[in-house]
Design a protein around this ligand. Structure first.
Ligand SMILES: C[S@@+](CC[C@H](N)C(=O)[O-])C[C@H]1O[C@@H](n2cnc3c(N)ncnc32)[C@H](O)[C@@H]1O
Length: 220
């Protein structure tokens, strides 16, 4: 699907149907995996900008139901394809633009999960998304999300791919921004690092590194 910055649609023209099982978005990092594995849950979770399904199987193991949403229908079709059969009956997928009002009721979810995406949006847009995440969450519900900072994409010849208009926060900027946004919640921030990982997106191949802030917040 084509990107459209005016609508804050940050997709890449990826033909998910042609791709094998592993995610184009890299390996599931340890900090997030550990957090999910140790979480006691159940109930209905929302996986926001779910892509082709990183971590979605872990959420499905833990939750009673997972609604995985993304703007890219092709990504969601792959997510369904890679979901183990015994978990498919707990999975619902839906296409939506995350910057528009969410098509869900107030307090519908016990948890909202989102990784690899929220750092892409301008500050004011992320704040709107955050209010929607909070609205659809029950009180006492949990937001688990990450937020990348200090992103570097290096081509094989050593040059950098600079993504135009990407906010690309430093770790300090990201942390202080998130502390302000989540000021009314009970929140834990963990700083972690993505080791260099080879990414192939269509004809682009590069090494990706970043720091990221893992946010674990409980709605008061
Ligand atoms: C970098 S990928 C991350 C996917 C997945 N969460 C992961 O970490 O593997 C970003 C995802 O956000 C989706 N996306 C981008 N802009 C969006 C928007 N405005 N509304 C909904 N989804 C969007 C893309 O289609 C893509 O699947």
């Amino acid at each position: 699907m084509k990107a459209d910055e005016k609508k804050y649609i940050y997709t890449d023209e990826i033909e998910y149907a042609d791709l094998s099982h592993s995610s184009v978005w890299g390996t599931e990092d340890l900090a997030t995996t550990n957090l999910l594995n140790h979480m006691e849950t159940g109930g209905k979770w929302l996986n926001l900008c779910a892509g082709d399904g990183r971590f979605n199987h872990v959420l499905l193991e833990k939750a009673d139901e997972v609604v995985a949403v993304d703007i890219d229908e092709g990504a969601l079709q792959k997510l369904v394809r890679v979901t183990p059969d015994h978990l498919k009956n707990k999975l619902i997928t839906k296409t939506m633009n995350v910057v528009e009002p969410f098509p869900f009721e107030d307090g519908e979810f016990v948890g909202v999960f989102s990784v690899g995406t929220m750092h892409l949006f301008p500050r004011q847009v992320f704040q709107i998304i955050f209010l929607e995440m909070r609205r659809v969450l029950k009180s006492g519900g949990r937001i688990i999300m990450d937020f990348a900072a200090d992103i570097k994409r290096t081509y094989p010849d050593g040059s950098l791919w600079i993504v135009e208009n990407e906010p690309n926060y430093t770790q300090e900027e990201a942390l202080s921004f998130l502390k302000e946004v989540f000021k009314d919640e009970r929140t834990n921030f963990t700083v972690a690092f993505v080791p260099p990982e080879k990414v192939t997106l269509g004809d682009k191949e590069y090494l990706f590194t970043s720091n990221f802030i893992l946010v674990d917040a409980v709605k008061k």
